[in-house]
Write a protein that binds this ligand. Structure first.
Ligand code: F0G
Length: 524
């Protein structure tokens, strides 16, 4: 009974509310194989080949399973350049969900946000205020030179408010909007759910107050709403005045508070690609449409095919289905409860789409400067073939690295994994915690300035003796590529150096000593 236990809902059922009609095999591999794969990926699980990953919880984006209705819609799609029936269907679905009359498709969330920022003519002197920016949004603003201010609400004591940890800090927003700098504020952006704050939801009470403040100062309010359905679900569950409304009604109430939204349909929208901009204002929409022609394609396809528009139209209706949301969010919550029972330092309440684990508490022996979350991220792959996502000192912006906790995020793709997969992830985490002294920290050997976690190369720090050939080889390989200051070095200059002897991957030592099995361990 994986997910009915916590739901507290009489009508809930205790199994997946769908039949699995098409499956994709998971290729199993050994710990030895994974250590080699990780070494080849420069100790960056982001660079692993998907076929080498057994359970992939890196993201929930673009990897949901499509339904038979989405797939059949795709076959029937109207593939024409202009006047497509698939666009009309998509347009109606978005208006049905949001109430917004203006709808513009885009190939994914970040494309939609870029079109909006161009249409608002954001400049260096402008300021955008948010409860929490997604990292590409922050990067897009940084690239323009626009200041991005984050005002998340401090931890609330009130029991209802405390269920909405993603809220905006109204006092700070008010203070800023009353300051002489107010003329610089070009946009207020509320992220539902707040992805920067572990995916926590935003209450409609809080959003309503943000909307009033914005209206009083004539500042546009937009939602980054890629996890709209989850937010709506939590409003129904935890905001008493909405408990008798349908999810669709609450969705319209939520969108009505803002002037518009941009949405990545790769998350709650249950699509492999796609996104959109939707809004009330016709003139702003016209500007967006002009920009979309230059960047994405005509406003009736926005860089997408008719098939994608069909998948989005159906995905929108399925995403707001109460049985499905109950199931998915309870699956994630039950995974969180399981980790709690196993004394794994999980962040509670869980997000609707992901579970965050505190890596510093899981691996207390790893210093912050040695990237505990990265260490856990790599250990998960080595021990269980699991790919999660580091949200710690490697991913965070330089000014945030010292202050934010070291998290590893486990995103749960929709309709893809069952509770048995998550049980295996929990067992692997438990094993890592129980063997925490085996793991070493990591050292950066090459990085880029933008979104460095995607391409970064690292190496394990731990110093061990170098008694086996493969250990020496792994050490030499690392040194060949890059030295510890990040500059390229020749193999010959380093092969015999003291440092190459010392730069040994502890995982390789463990592998040589302890792994002889060719199966992945499911029990420890
Ligand atoms: N906004 C939020 C809150 C997001 O989480 C994402 C993507 C985007 C915007 C951008 O959407 O990928 O379609 O361009 N989040 C993914 C993640 C990548 O793993 O959380 P996109």
């Amino acid at each position: 009974m994986p997910w009915s236990a916590n739901s507290g809902n009489e009508t809930s059922i205790s199994f997946e509310p769908f039949k699995i009609r098409a499956v994709e095999s998971i290729k199993l591999n050994t710990k030895e194989y994974r250590m080699e794969a990780l070494k080849k990926a420069y100790y960056n699980p982001f660079l692993l080949k998907s076929e080498d990953v057994i359970i992939d919880l890196l993201t929930d984006s673009g990897i949901s399973a499509m339904s038979t209705n989405q797939l059949s819609g795709m076959i029937k799609a109207d593939e024409v350049y202009i006047g497509s029936a698939s666009f009309d269907k998509f347009h109606s679905a978005v208006t049905h969900l949001t109430g917004y009359p203006e709808v513009i498709p885009a190939h994914q969330g970040r494309a939609a946000e870029k079109i909006l920022f161009q249409a608002l003519d954001l400049k260096k002197y402008h300021i955008v205020i948010s409860n929490g920016f997604f990292d590409t949004t922050k990067c897009a603003l940084d690239n323009i030179g626009t200041a991005a201010l984050e005002y998340p609400e401090p931890k609330a004591e009130d029991p209802v408010a405390s269920k909405f940890r993603g809220n905006m800090d109204l006092e700070k927003l008010k203070f800023y909007l009353q300051s002489p700098e107010v003329y610089r504020v070009a946009l207020v952006l509320v992220c539902v759910t707040n992805s920067h704050l572990s995916g926590q939801p935003v209450s409609l009470k809080n959003l309503g107050k943000v909307a009033n403040l914005c209206r009083n100062h004539n500042i546009p309010l937009f939602l980054d709403a890629c996890r709209y359905a989850e937010n709506v679900y939590y409003v129904k569950k935890n905001e008493p005045e909405y408990k008798d409304k349908s999810l669709l009604e609450i969705s319209r109430d939520m969108f009505a508070l803002a002037d518009g939204c941009f949405v990545s349909m790769k998350k709650d929208g249950l699509c492999n690609t796609g996104g959109f901009l939707a809004m009330k204002n016709v003139e702003l929409a016209l500007k967006c449409k002009e920009n979309i022609i230059l960047n994405e394609g005509f406003p009736n396809y926005g860089g997408l095919t008719g098939r994608d528009l069909e998948a989005m139209a159906v995905g929108i209706m399925e995403s707001i289905n109460e049985d499905f949301l109950n199931y998915h969010i309870n699956l994630v919550e039950d995974f969180g409860s399981l980790l709690e029972k196993m004394d794994i330092p999980v962040v509670l309440p869980t997000a609707g789409y992901a579970v965050y684990v505190n890596a510093s508490d899981t691996l207390p022996g790893i210093k912050r400067s040695e990237h505990p979350a990265w260490c856990l991220y790599c250990a998960l792959y080595i021990e269980g073939g699991i790919r999660a996502c580091e949200i710690g000192s490697v991913m965070r912006a330089p000014d945030e690295r010292e202050v934010h906790p070291e998290f590893v995020r486990f995103s749960i793709p929709r309709r893809v994994y069952t509770f048995a997969h998550l049980q295996f992830v929990a067992d692997t985490l438990k094993y890592i915690m129980e063997n925490r002294d085996k793991y070493s920290g990591y050292q950066v050997v090459q990085e880029s300035d933008i979104l460095r976690h995607i391409s970064i190369k690292l190496k394990p720090i731990q110093i061990q003796n170098s008694s086996t050939k493969s250990i020496k080889e792994s050490s030499n390989l690392m040194v060949k590529e890059i030295d510890s200051r990040g500059s390229h070095t020749s193999i010959s200059s380093k092969l015999n150096s003291k440092r190459s002897e010392r730069d040994i991957d502890q995982h390789f030592i463990e592998n040589k000593q302890k792994t002889s099995s060719v199966k992945i361990n499911t029990k420890y």
